[in-house]
Design a protein around this ligand. Structure first.
Ligand code: AMP
Length: 282
């Protein structure tokens, strides 16, 4: 695995490789890697000759400065895991490589409705930051495919929209959420949970499955409220439990019993914010 820190260096390397006719897959991450990230990498490995992983804790997507400061960093272990997983190129840029002009004149993306709901509503500016960093990475790495996790379903849709708006040709590949044996969605932030918090955390996924099992056609407001209250009683500070159209993420209050749905939740435990979702498409 070759490690690059300089944008021009990795870009030139990739341009040369692309001239030989190979395909490139990009797995963007913020590090503190786990099996969720490695699942994306494995898929990229299967589908491309050149696999690039980026590791950059993007300041512009953190609406909470404390969350940014405390974001876990496990760089040596990340390098070890990536080597083992057969990653070809690791790109670890400094902030000035990604934002050479600083943070003042950053691009704004017209994300419309998508930015007003769920994560967009509770993390103001978050998706602008996500678009800024992913757009920049796509310009530098020029991948044929970018690999994203369904764990961040709304982020996948936002990136899809940004790619359309910018007329970028990169194909988006969405990979299934990887979970711990007790159902908790793998996340770098899980490292920051206390023992008690870690024990409680699987309740989010359990609640999503309960909603799935109890859903029937008709009004879905009560089922959402019940789930919200269940998590609150268990000690979570809940941002949202929502049911949305799986294709558009438009929030659903009346379900026709057929339309594919996404059930999404965000909740704090131990002041650590966890998100998860499941899609019902049968
Ligand atoms: P992050 O490092 O948290 O920014 O995540 C980098 C990529 O890994 C994003 O596309 C995430 O959606 C994806 N990812 C994070 N956790 C998981 C997971 N448990 N399963 C699958 N993909 C994940």
């Amino acid at each position: 695995m070759i490690i690059f820190k300089i944008n021009a260096a990795v870009h030139d390397f990739i341009i040369k490789k692309k001239k030989t006719g190979i395909t490139t897959g990009l797995v963007p991450t913020m590090g503190a890697l786990h099996n969720g990230h490695l699942a994306l990498l494995n898929k990229a490995r299967l589908e491309n000759e050149l696999v690039v992983c980026s590791l950059f804790i993007n300041p512009t997507q953190f609406n909470d400065p404390g969350d940014f400061e405390r974001y876990p960093v496990t760089i040596e272990n990340d390098i070890y895991l990536l080597e083992k997983a057969g990653c070809d190129v690791l790109f670890i840029p400094a902030v000035k490589e990604i934002y050479p002009g600083g943070f003042n004149l950053l691009q704004h993306y017209d994300l419309g409705y998508l930015e007003t709901i769920l994560e967009g509503k509770f993390r103001l500016g978050h998706f602008q930051g996500v678009c800024q960093v992913v757009h920049r990475l796509l310009d530098i790495i020029l991948p044929d495919k970018i690999y994203l996790g369904q764990k961040d379903l709304q982020q996948c849709m936002v990136i899809k929209k940004m790619v359309e708006l910018q007329k970028i040709k990169t194909e988006i590949v969405i990979c299934a959420t990887q979970r711990e044996p007790d159902g908790l969605a793998m996340s770098s932030r899980n490292l920051r949970l206390s023992e008690a918090g870690r024990a409680k955390a699987p309740a989010i996924y359990a609640m999503l499955k309960t909603i799935k099992n109890e859903l029937v056609a008709g009004n879905v407001e009560n089922i959402k409220l019940k789930a919200f209250n269940t998590l609150t009683e268990k000690g979570f500070k809940v941002d949202y439990v929502e049911i949305a159209d799986a294709a558009s993420l438009e929030l659903v209050t009346e379900w026709n019993g057929k339309k594919p749905l996404a059930i999404l939740a965000a909740a704090f435990i131990d002041a650590i914010r966890l998100i998860d979702n499941i899609v019902i498409d049968e």
